[in-house]
Design a protein around this ligand. Structure first.
Ligand code: CAP
Ligand code: MG
Length: 410
């Protein structure tokens, strides 16, 4: 029987390395053999069809940590089709999740070899490209999600966006479940909202961005993106996990002149259980390799959604650290944020982030425009190094926000 565990093996630069947690009643070595075979060239028994040439393609389980029950597998690059993310994931994150020999399996991390990364597009704009479009150098980018999530008609949606822009936010985005609805048609919403974006730019003298959610069946998604581009939009948003990796790749491969904002709705179905599924870390790297420009990674433990600061800092590093020379992806913090949390957030995550708040802007006692002012004032206070409570004494809207929601401190 072919053996895959070989702790004396040194991975080459052409190997793809995947790290897993294995929960099995079998000894770790034995479970690793099952995993390595099923994710590459083998199956549950030896084969009469196996050839010496094929054996050269076998992966090596070169690292085993018995205390933590984790392993690292080096897969020869030729096991993977270039530029085909579904094929890569069908191998290293496919059947192995259903093996009877392994009750729990978590795909923890990935290292792509340069040759595979080069076969994908990677981010077209990245942090620098986005800062250039927005003409915002150093401060965090301020965003809002139109709320309620669903229900506003096209004109109401555009008006709420306008108030947010005029109040001081840079970016307005659709919610992840808003697409082409009976009460809010996609094309009309884009037209109305971009019209008011132009008006907001004129009124404020600042660059303003609208991120329409184009998530749909792939060809329809492409058609919607083209409509956005023709109507003068510069950005689109895609729910990358519900749309799927192939759809995202098809979209990115078109090389449209549109920034891609990636929403990760549904990720927790695979990321949440610490003993099973796929960690957000490989999801962040895969998204970057395919080529999103912005990605939701969580609120570093200060907002409404799961995820603590240590984890989110690792996802941030996956988006912005060295990865085969790819542009860094802008990390997006969103979910339950309000101006009173911005200080704590920037202390943890720094200022190279996009901070989004839906409820934390449209729930302001003075309405959306006041909420946007409060958000901008909080960011100004952070940039000037003034404590939020201090700044609020001379900035009414921030004061009202702090009064309603309080200030989070570390
Ligand atoms: C935020 C948000 C985002 C979440 C998703 C929402 O709204 O638009 O979808 O941030 O979580 O609907 O909850 P609020 P994550 O500001 O009103 O909470 O970013 O962690 O993927
Ligand atoms: Mg949302």
């Amino acid at each position: 029987m072919l053996r895959y565990v070989d702790t004396g093996y040194t991975p080459t630069e052409d190997d793809l390395i995947a790290e897993y947690y294995i929960g099995s009643s079998m000894p770790l070595e034995e479970a690793s053999e099952w995993l390595a075979a099923e994710s590459s060239i083998g199956t549950w028994t030896d084969l009469s069809t196996m050839k010496e040439r094929i054996v050269k393609l076998k992966p090596h389980v070169f690292y085993l940590n018995r205390d933590e029950s984790t392993i690292k597998v080096a897969y020869p690059g030729d096991l993977f089709e270039r530029g085909n993310m579904p094929q890569i994931l069908s191998s290293i994150a496919g059947n192995i999740f259903g093996l009877r020999a392994i009750e729990n399996l978590r795909f923890l991390d990935i290292r792509f070899p340069d040759k595979i990364v080069e076969s994908f597009k990677g981010p077209r704009f990245g942090i620098q490209g986005i800062r250039k479009i927005l003409e915002v150098d150093k401060r965090p980018i301020i965003g809002t999600i139109i709320k309620p999530k669903l229900g506003l008609n096209e004109k109401e949606h555009a008006e709420v966006a306008y108030e947010a822009w005029v109040g001081g936010v840079d970016i307005v985005k659709d919610d992840e479940n808003l697409s082409d609805m009976v009460f809010n048609r996609f094309e009309k919403r884009i037209e109305e909202t971009l019209k008011l974006r132009d008006k907001a730019e004129e009124r404020t003298g600042e660059k303003k961005i609208y991120m329409p959610n184009i998530t749909a069946e792939t060809n329809e998604m492409i058609r919607r993106a083209e409509f956005v581009e023709q109507t003068g939009g510069e950005y689109v948003m895609i729910d990358i996990l519900t749309a799927g990796w192939a759809a995202l790749q098809s979209f990115r491969n078109l090389d449209l002149n549109l920034v891609i904002h990636a929403h990760r709705a549904g990720h927790a179905a695979v990321t949440r259980n610490e003993r099973h599924g796929i960690s957000m870390l490989p999801i962040a790297k895969i998204s970057r390799v395919i080529g999103v420009d912005q990605l939701h990674i969580g609120t570093f433990g200060v907002g409404k959604m799961m995820g603590g600061p240590e984890d989110d800092l690792r996802y941030q590093e996956a988006l912005t650290g060295e990865l085969s020379g790819l542009e860094p992806v802008f990390p997006v913090a969103s979910g339950g944020l309000h101006p009173g949390l911005y200080g704590m957030l920037c202390e943890i995550a720094g200022k190279d982030i996009i901070i989004q708040a839906g409820g934390g802007i449209h729930g302001h006692p003075g309405g959306t425009m006041s909420g946007a002012r409060a958000a901008r004032q909080a960011v100004d206070a952070i940039m000037e190094g003034v404590p939020l409570a201090e700044y609020a004494k001379s900035h009414r809207e921030l004061g009202e926000a702090l009064e309603k929601w309080g200030e989070g401190r570390r």
